[in-house]
Design a protein around this ligand. Structure first.
Ligand SMILES: *Cc1c(COP(=O)(O)O)cnc(C)c1O
Length: 371
């Protein structure tokens, strides 16, 4: 039986998907069920260590939710400083990324996206599963845009993805470079600014550029600073004509009713003040962690970070996978980023709460002793 259906699947599946490796999400590498123990220190997915207070209002769960729940859209528009017709809510920012590609790139390999590695992995996965081409234009050694190289790759390109602050490096993309890119792409293609971590450095947002550049699209999420990764709620901010195009492709009821309720609460005055307090606290813990890491022999480079994570390049005497395993043995989960372009032998540490950071520091000191 199994063999027959295996054969059938392999006969019917789109040939280009046969060799595709699915995104190695933090949760696929270490599932909640497998790790089991309550005291596992989860520092591998850039989540917030705290959960906001949540109450689900009694609701008509027998009814379909609104296509785009008005209170949620109004709350996010107000928070982001845009009009409600510039906002689309989605199942996480990941769905925003996928929707953009499905809406603006043909699936027959004629249209491309440009990505600038090392960067977030889902742009490439979404393009590949859809059938769009991927042009990779590496960041400079300073982890900034290589503008001349990007410009050379704009033919048949419909979307350029820029992650700022960038995951997994943690730095902000220079605003002037980003504006130059928007100018170059005017009337040519969309430029997406992925602002998943913008709450950790709100002054770096590109949202004010939306009025001048209708080809700018911004993706946001409640998964990081807002502490709601399990909710699956994200947003796209763009010109109303771009939003309308995305609405042609998005599922009919994209945001489940309880998700909309919790997300709207998270964007209330109380919710926003919880979030900003978290950000202040986590930013302080991050700067403390960086100050320690800069003292260690085991680290050859600490990447500057404006986010809730820090990327470390390890001393060449150490192997990132082996170091990662010594953490796993202590129940501490970090993320190996060594497969990414230019990031050989690197580990990414999400900033957890104080006791989690103490556990991480102690384990790094153990590694330090082996040198
Ligand atoms: C976490 C992350 C996302 C995905 O966010 P979700 O809303 O949880 O889907 C998107 N972009 C970047 C850069 C991220 O780090």
């Amino acid at each position: 039986m199994t063999t027959n259906i295996d054969n059938l699947v392999s006969e019917l599946i789109r040939p280009e998907l046969k060799t595709l490796k699915p995104y190695e999400s933090a949760r696929r590498l270490f599932s909640m069920a497998n790790a089991g123990e309550v005291d596992t220190v989860w520092l591998n997915a850039n989540e917030n260590p705290s959960v906001p207070e949540i109450s689900i209002n009694p609701a008509l769960y027998n009814r379909y939710p609104d296509f785009q729940p008005e209170p949620l859209i109004a709350a996010y528009a107000e928070y982001a400083g845009v009009e409600t017709n510039q906002v689309l809510s989605t199942r996480g920012a990941d769905e925003s990324i996928e929707l953009l590609i499905r809406t603006f790139c043909r699936a027959d390999g004629t249209d491309s996206i440009v990505i600038c590695p090392p960067t977030y992995g889902m742009y490439a996965i979404s393009a590949e599963t859809h059938g769009a081409l991927i042009k990779k234009v590496p960041l400079t050694p300073e982890m900034q845009l290589d503008l001349p190289a990007v410009y050379q790759n704009l033919e048949n390109t419909n979307i350029v993805f820029v992650c700022s602050p960038n995951n997994p490096t943690g730095n902000i993309i220079n605003r002037n470079d980003f504006i130059a890119l928007l100018d170059e792409c005017k009337n040519k293609c969309l430029v997406v600014a992925d602002e998943a971590y913008i709450e950790f450095c709100p002054e770096a947002t590109m949202v004010d550029l939306l009025v001048t550049y209708p080809n700018l699209v911004i993706t946001r999420t409640l998964s990081k600073a807002f502490g709601l990764a399990g909710l699956r709620c994200g947003f796209t901010l763009a010109d109303p004509s771009v939003i309308d195009a995305l609405k042609k492709v998005i599922a009919p009821y994209p945001v489940p009713a309880p998700v909309a309720q919790i997300a709207t609460d998270a964007l209330s005055t109380k919710g926003l003040s919880w979030m900003t307090k978290q950000v202040t606290h986590l930013n302080k813990l991050r700067d403390g962690f960086i100050a320690h890491a800069q003292q260690w022999q085991l680290v050859s480079h600490v990447y500057p970070s404006q986010t809730n994570f820090v990327l470390l390049k390890l001393n060449a005497k150490l192997d990132a996978a082996e170091v990662l395993n010594t953490f796993v043995e202590k129940g501490i989960l970090l993320r190996n980023q060594s497969k990414q372009l230019m990031l050989e032998n690197t580990l990414r540490v999400t900033i957890g709460n104080e006791s989690q950071m103490t556990a991480v520091l102690n384990q790094f000191l153990q590694v330090e002793k082996t040198l």
